[in-house]
Design a protein. Structure first.
Length: 147
């Protein structure tokens, strides 16, 4: 299963032209990332986070459409994006495309980049995509000592 994790960071509308979305993709939004998902023409199936950047109108609209909300306390040990990625893995995602995770706030960008090294993502193809770059980690498990 492929999951699209949409965060609240900077996203240009043209981003959706860089890769295709399918009806089978699970759209997991990080809190206010639901706004970005809608801008990209995606309908969130799940919104995860402390809901501090999601306006009441959109929250009500998505609830009426059957969107699932997983609410966490504001004070926690993990950032909302990490919770969304872990949720995708728990649901069986073998590929995760992350958008809106680069460039808007340095501390969020760094936390998101560190996610790529998470052991939770072992065996999962993960890409962070924006309008000018694609970031992923390539693991070569065939490297032997002495090479």
């Amino acid at each position: 299963m492929r999951a699209i994790v949409v965060a609240k960071g900077h996203v240009q509308k043209g981003l959706s032209k860089l890769f295709s979305f399918g009806p089978q993709d699970e759209i997991i939004c990080v809190d206010g990332g639901a706004h970005n998902a809608l801008e990209l023409g995606l309908r969130p199936s799940v919104v995860i986070g402390d809901m501090d950047s999601l306006d009441e109108r959109l929250l009500k609209e998505l609830r009426e459409e059957g969107c699932i909300f997983i609410t966490h306390e504001r004070e926690k040990d993990k950032v909302d994006t990490q919770l969304a990625v872990e949720y995708a893995v728990e649901r069986g995602a073998d590929e995760i495309i992350m958008v809106g995770v680069l460039g808007s706030r340095l501390e969020h960008t760094l936390a998101n980049l560190y996610l790529l090294a998470s052991t939770v993502l072992k065996g999962v193809k993960v890409r962070m995509i924006d309008e000018v770059q694609e970031i992923y980690v390539f693991y070569d498990f065939g490297i032997s000592e002495g090479r």
